[in-house]
Every structure is written in structure tokens, then in C-alpha cells.
Design a protein around this ligand. Structure first.
Ligand code: HEC
Length: 473
């Protein structure tokens, strides 16, 4: 009750603030608003990151002639706040990469379009923003491509493909920033690159006992029968009858299925870089670095969507900018995840939780929630050792199209023993227009018609010297 009341007060206060903002902004509408003078600075700062040639958005905002045909659509998207894409509830957390427009900026764009979207005097244009062609992190010191071009067939469902590369690192490598760069944007939906340290690599390659063909077949059949997961083509899915746990935070196994499927192994591996619409590149502050231990392999997880009727090729790459100064802090990446949930057919607000407890004092750098098409909302909450709680990130309207990483403006200090609770809500009803099939019971799996619930998070550990520690899990 009390919480609801508080929320109402907050909303009411925000409402008053909002109307004051917009009425003062209305005062400017008498002036002529031009692209060159008033609008280009906003577009350069808030749109051009994605809306420039080669970035996979439908048009460039850099030049008047390219923007003009989109003016009405721009007004619509900007006033509805669907552009720039941003889904964090402004009441919690302050974000370094907050893309939202201010009420004044929205008003300027709206007025400009309503006045016929005039160009104005090109002499008023701000300097052209500088972007690095190709790589957003700047010229990488090391580029690691997929081992060879992959050929994607013209029909069938989405594919997840894995490619392992040995970059041949003889010493530990300290990475200041990393970027996953799609080669063929028509088919690359997302890329996630993982570091596989030598231990994990050898464990995976453990020699098999010497068995006869029949014994091997029987063993394989038994394992397949007992496993909670199965393969559908290249994709790992959870069996419908596998044990169920929605509330991972109140479960001894934490909402994890016994044998880790490939996906869950990697949630707790080291994420190196990712590419997906709306994802910012991994750029840490100088001295805060990601370590790639000597002898590690790099694993590409590629999610491909097909272009009907056309066979396509792709050879995407990872670019690394190495640390230029002495590494001080190591970046750890945690995927707080539940893979044992079951979403009933038609459920419109199905709740799933996952928890993780900090074993050290840590500083959180960013959050990246990951769900699929039925993902509706997600929240990260800290439960401190003294019992106090704090919402760290709230995404009330999760949208699978945008895999946004939310970078904290100031790193969040979390004491040892704090539980981080991730709560996801799923809409498997007909009201969810992205729902592939509301009649299906949905479980965890790699295809987008299955679901995921992963609360990714980058952090550093306070008591750790970058050069001495080994990459922890
Ligand atoms: C994080 C990347 C990103 C940012 C920042 C961004 N956009 Fe977009 N925008 C896209 C992508 C990708 C699409 C195409 C997919 C879609 O429509 O959802 C798009 C679509 C649009 C469309 C719709 C085009 C159509 O097909 O109708 C408009 C209009 C638009 N953006 C305007 C803007 C404006 C104006 C800004 C800045 C104030 C902006 N966007 C900021 C990535 C971005």
C-alpha cells in the first residue's frame, strides 16, 4: 500500500515538473527553427551514433538532404519517445550513455517539422562529428576474424552458430575496449564473443573413455534422455518436461538446471564483446581492463536471421584495443540467470527471478538485461547485508529489438554479501504483438521463439590487483 502511494506521489511530482518544462519550451515556438542552426546539433549528439552511413539504420542524420524526407516520421518517433531507443525508468540510476532527449530538444524538433523542416543557412551548421570509419572503438590493435566465412542457407529458422578461434596469445592480454563488428548486416542479428581460458578449453576436450560403438551409442542415448536440454538443429532448447523453477532466488539450485547446457556454461564465462542493435561497445575507463589469459580461445556466438530466397555469407570480427597504461582493475562479467523457468501458454505477466551474491566488495560498471520476444519488463535490485533494498535498474518496457547496455554514470559500490536479484516478467499472451505463438508453453532456449532471462553485469573487485589475479569464473 505504502509503496503504491509513494509511487503515485513521484508520478504526480514528475507530472508537474514535466508540464512546467513543456510550457516554458512552448515559448520558443515563435522563432524560426532551422536544421542548420537548431536541429543538426541535436541530431549529431543524439542520433548520428546510429544514423550515419554504414550503421544499419534506415537513414543518415548528418546531412539535410538525407534527413528531409524523414521529417514527419522523425517528429512522430521523437514525440512518442521511441527514438532514440532508451528503456530505463528514469527514477532509478543515472546513466553515462543515457540517450534520451530533453523536453526542450523534443520541442525544438517538433517545432522544426511543424514549420516545414527548413534547412536554414548552411553556414550555421555545427562542425561535422568525427566517427571512425568501421570501428566505433577506434582503430583496433588486434582484429580477430571468424576462422572462415560461414554460408547461411536461404530458408529455415534463425541459426545460432559457434566458431572458436585461437588468437595465439602467448602472454596475458589486457583489453581496454573491445568491439564485435558484423560483416554481413543483412543476416547478423547479434554477436557475442566469449573468452575461453585454457582450463575450460582442456576440460571441454577431455578424452573419451575407450568404448565400443554400441556402448558409445547407449551412453549417448542415456545422456540425451537424462539431460534437461536437447538440440534442434544447431540450437539448444530446454525439454518441456525438465524440472521447473520460476523463483530462482528461493531455490537451493538458484533456478539452474543440473547439467549446464552450452548457453548456461557461457553465461558464467567471460563475455568479451557483443554486437546487437542498440548495444554500446565495451569501453572501460583507462586502467580498468578485461584480461584474456595466455592460451585462451575466443568463442563467437553468432545469431543469424535468414534472408528469404538468398544464400548469404558472413565473416564477422572482434577488434581489440589494448591497455596503454598499467592495468589496475579487472572487469568481471556476470550473467545472473534462471534457466529452469516455465511460462504457461497465454500468461500475460509471468514472473521469474534469479539471484547472485557478491563474494567481495565490488564496483558495478553496467547492466545488460537479456530476454527474447516475450520479455516484458526487468528489474535489478540490491539486497544489502543489513536487509535494505535498492532498485539498481528498472526497465518497465523491455524491447528485444534493443539490446541496450546501461552504463552507470558513477560506478555502484556494492559490499560483500549483497544479493543482486534480477526479476523478469514475460508476456506470452495475444496482447504481446511480438509473441511468436501465445498457445505455446515456453522454456529457456537459444532460439528467439524460446526465452532467456539473463541479467548481465560488468564489475570490478575492490581487493584485486589486475596483474596478479587469474580470471575468475
Ligand atoms: C542506438 C541507435 C539509434 C539511435 C541513437 C537513434 N536511432 Fe533512430 N533508428 C535506429 C534504427 C536501427 C532504426 C531502424 C529500426 C527501427 O525502426 O526500429 C531507427 C529508426 C528510426 C526512424 C524510423 C524510420 C522508419 O523506418 O520509419 C526514425 C524516424 C528515427 N530512427 C529517428 C531517430 C532520431 C531523430 C534519433 C535521434 C534523436 C534517433 N533515431 C536515434 C537506431 C537509432
Amino acid at each position: 500500500m505504502k509503496r503504491t502511494f509513494l509511487l503515485l506521489v513521484v508520478v504526480a511530482v514528475a507530472g508537474v515538473f514535466w508540464s512546467q518544462q513543456s510550457s516554458s519550451a512552448n515559448g520558443t515556438s515563435a522563432k524560426t527553427v532551422t536544421f542548420s542552426k537548431n536541429v543538426a546539433p541535436i541530431f549529431n549528439a543524439k542520433c548520428a551514433e546510429c544514423h550515419r552511413p554504414g550503421e544499419g539504420s534506415p537513414f543518415s542524420t548528418l546531412a539535410y538532404k538525407d534527413v528531409r524526407p524523414w521529417a514527419r516520421s522523425i517528429r512522430e518517433k521523437v514525440t512518442q519517445k521511441t527514438m532514440p531507443p532508451w528503456h530505463a525508468d528514469p527514477h532509478y540510476g543515472t546513466w553515462a550513455n543515457d540517450r534520451r532527449l530533453t523536453p526542450e530538444e523534443i520541442e525544438t524538433i517538433k517545432t522544426w517539422v511543424e514549420q516545414g523542416a527548413p534547412e536554414g543557412n548552411p553556414k550555421d551548421l555545427p562542425p561535422m562529428p568525427k566517427f571512425t570509419e568501421g570501428w566505433t572503438i577506434g582503430k583496433p590493435d588486434i582484429v580477430i576474424p571468424m576462422p572462415e566465412a560461414f554460408t547461411l542457407e536461404a530458408s529455415g529458422p534463425d541459426e545460432y552458430q559457434y566458431f572458436e578461434v585461437d588468437p595465439g596469445f602467448k602472454e596475458d592480454v589486457y583489453v581496454q575496449s573491445a568491439e564485435a563488428r558484423p560483416d554481413n548486416r543483412k543476416i547478423v542479428h547479434h554477436i557475442i564473443a566469449f573468452i575461453r581460458p585454457p582450463v575450460a578449453a582442456t576440460a571441454a576436450a577431455k578424452p573419451r573413455p575407450n568404448l565400443s560403438k554400441e556402448e558409445l551409442a547407449a551412453l549417448r542415448a542415456k545422456m540425451e534422455k537424462e539431460s534437461p536440454v536437447y538440440r534442434e538443429g544447431f540450437l539448444v532448447r530446454t525439454k518441456q518436461e525438465a524440472p521447473v523453477c520460476d523463483d530462482g532466488c528461493n531455490d537451493p539450485k538458484g533456478g539452474r538446471l543440473g547439467r549446464a547446457d552450452r548457453g548456461s556454461e557461457m553465461e558464467n564465462g567471460q563475455l568479451l564483446a557483443g554486437y546487437a542493435p542498440g548495444m554500446n561497445q565495451a569501453v572501460w575507463e583507462p586502467g580498468t581492463v578485461k584480461k584474456i589469459p595466455a592460451g585462451s580461445k575466443i568463442l563467437f556466438q553468432m545469431h543469424y536471421s535468414k534472408v528469404a530466397g538468398s544464400v548469404q555469407k558472413d565473416r564477422s570480427s572482434i577488434g581489440l584495443v589494448l591497455a596503454k597504461s598499467e592495468p589496475k582493475k579487472l572487469v568481471h562479467t556476470m550473467g545472473i540467470s534462471n534457466n529452469a523457468f516455465l511460462i504457461p501458454a497465454g500468461a500475460d505477466n509471468h514472473k521469474v527471478t534469479a539471484c547472485w551474491t557478491a563474494q567481495n566488495d565490488i564496483h558495478i560498471i553496467n547492466f545488460m538485461p537479456h530476454m527474447h520476444l516475450r520479455g516484458k519488463a526487468v528489474e535489478y535490485k540490491a539486497i544489502y547485508p543489513d536487509g535494505k533494498t535498492e532498485i539498481l535498474l528498472n526497465v518497465p518496457n523491455y524491447d528485444f529489438s534493443w539490446q541496450t547496455a546501461y552504463y552507470l554514470k558513477e560506478q555502484k559500490v556494492i559490499p560483500k554479501g549483497t544479493r543482486i536479484m534480477v526479476t523478469g516478467y514475460f508476456d506470452n499472451s495475444t496482447r504481446n504483438k511480438f509473441n511468436p505463438d501465445p498457445t505455446k508453453i515456453v522454456r529457456y532456449g537459444e532460439p528467439t521463439y524460446d526465452e532467456m532471462m539473463i541479467g548481465w553485469m560488468d564489475y570490478t573487485q575492490d581487493n584485486e590487483l589486475a596483474k596478479q589475479s587469474v580470471a575468475s569464473k
